[in-house]
Design a protein around this ligand. Structure first.
Ligand code: NAD
Length: 194
């Protein structure tokens, strides 16, 4: 029987980071419900999980579909990893598409989270949301939370992810109350995992 106290929903589960987050959470004994539209992710990334009774895959677009969160409730947690990211070349040659799709994805997930009120919402951000001046050199010192603002990300991707971080907070101002956190993934030549 599924223990609803221990369920974690993971969006973008078939991607690089989502599949590893799902695997790590599953290893703690929790039930994982993974959502992905397979735009870039692949089922082979979660093949091992698919054999488990504590894993369920839902093929859905989190920006437009509704069935994927039909049974989510206030005892569940939601880790939101899905966004459009496909390498630096793709990001800079598709800035508008990346920007507007990520806004659509993140505002939809924030709206769902505020409707369903899972006990926790974690959003995966990126170092690309820091001002571009702080990203010029690989010698950059450790970045702090305060350095996010004044905002000046280099790309539409960085802007969309920064707005993704503050989107749930905008719902709070609308009178809703939800615990949410952003974790910022920082990738360099030597760091490839969260
Ligand atoms: N890989 C990195 O170095 C890096 C660095 C910083 C931040 N991030 C962030 O981590 C997250 C995951 O990155 P990744 O490298 O694993 O990318 P990825 O492309 O491997 O994973 C993203 C997943 O989201 C899915 N997806 C996209 N749009 C969707 C939608 N509308 N509905 C459902 N699923 C959708 C894709 O199919 C894919 O499986 C992103 O939010 C990205 O901004 C990644």
């Amino acid at each position: 029987m599924t223990d609803v106290e221990d369920r974690v929903f993971v969006t973008g589960v078939a991607g690089l980071i989502g599949s590893n987050i799902a695997r790590a959470i599953h290893a703690t004994g929790r039930t994982v419900i993974g959502i992905d539209n397979l735009w870039r992710g692949a089922k082979r990334n979660i093949q091992d999980l698919a054999e488990s009774k504590r894993f369920q895959f839902r093929h859905a677009d989190v920006a437009t579909d509704h069935a994927w969160y039909r049974d989510m409730n206030s005892s569940d947690r939601l880790i939101h990893v899905a966004d459009i990211v496909a390498g630096i070349g793709y990001v800079f040659s598709n800035e508008w598409g990346v920007f507007q799709k990520n806004l659509a994805i993140n505002s939809s997930v924030a709206r769902i989270a505020n409707e369903v009120r899972p006990q926790q919402l974690i959003y995966l951000g990126t170092a690309c949301s820091y001002p571009k001046e702080l990203q010029r050199s690989v010698e950059s010192s450790k970045l702090s939370e305060r350095q996010k603002f004044p905002a000046d990300p280099e790309s539409g991707y960085g802007w969309s992810k920064l707005i993704g971080e503050i989107t749930p907070e905008e719902f709070w101002k609308g009178g809703k109350c939800l615990e949410s956190r952003s974790a910022r993934q920082i990738t360099d030549a030597t760091t490839q995992s969260l």
